[in-house]
Ligand binder design. Structure first.
Ligand code: DC
Length: 225
């Protein structure tokens, strides 16, 4: 396996519903690495904004983000905001609707990116999101960009919502995904884009296992194995 010293950093980006969270989590389990869900951090500060009644572009929110404490436990499965487990609250429709607006504020991104870089400083990490391959870990040992058709991504999101007993239609979920894609790819700061040296994987017709196997084989089959 090609790595930086004895440590490995795997970065993964892609749009909502591309499967990157599930894939990254499985790879972390398989290879015994730390899992970093960067989107959960933007969701946590969005929840903070909602709880405190602050607009995304409010200077007060930036102060609150600087002062807040975000941590992960249970290898990235649980997120704590000021010591409170907010893993379920950060997935609500209210957070979904507002998170892209909070994530586009440069001062907020700066705080969160620095936090992510501190978490990843030791290496041995699989980190996923929108700017992990381009901004957060530009020197990652392995970079992947996962994608899938909008309809397939909406179907996956709908299935996930059903397991949480959240009522929604495919058309509504698809519209929400399109709106978020538009915001994530066109924002001024750190838009979602494919890093030149990332391997692009279209997951539309692939199972999670197929994508995980492909990535693991690529990692172990790489030059300096
Ligand atoms: O991956 P997700 O759906 O949980 O991400 C939630 C939002 O956070 C998404 O609209 C984009 C934003 N995000 C970001 O701007 N940068 C990241 N590294 C991860 C997520």
């Amino acid at each position: 396996m090609k790595t930086t010293g004895s440590q490995v950093t795997i970065a993964m980006d892609g749009p909502a519903g591309s499967g990157k969270s599930t894939v990254a989590r499985r790879i972390a389990e398989k290879l015994g690495l730390l899992y970093l869900d960067s989107g959960a951090m933007y969701r946590a500060v969005t929840l903070l904004a909602i709880q405190e009644g602050l607009e995304a572009n409010s200077p007060k929110l930036i102060d609150r983000v600087k002062a807040c404490h975000i941590a992960f436990t249970d290898n990235g499965k649980t997120i704590l905001l000021n010591a409170e487990n907010v893993s379920v609250q950060i997935r609500t429709p209210a957070v979904n609707r507002r998170v892209a607006d909070v994530a586009k504020i440069p001062e907020i991104r700066r705080e969160i990116v620095e936090h992510q870089q501190r978490i990843g400083a030791e290496g041995n990490i699989v980190a996923e999101g929108r700017d992990l391959t381009t901004i957060v870990f530009p020197n990652a040992d392995f970079k992947f960009y996962l994608d899938a058709s909008v309809t397939e991504r909406a179907k996956r999101r709908l299935a996930e919502l059903k397991t949480q007993n959240v009522d929604a239609t495919l058309a509504a979920v698809e519209a929400e995904i399109r709106a978020r894609d538009e915001k994530d790819t066109t924002r001024e700061h750190s838009p979602l884009r494919t890093a030149d040296d990332a391997i692009v994987i279209d997951t539309t017709c692939k199972t999670v296992e197929e994508v995980v196997d492909f990535i693991v084989e690529h990692i172990y089959g790489s030059e300096a194995c």
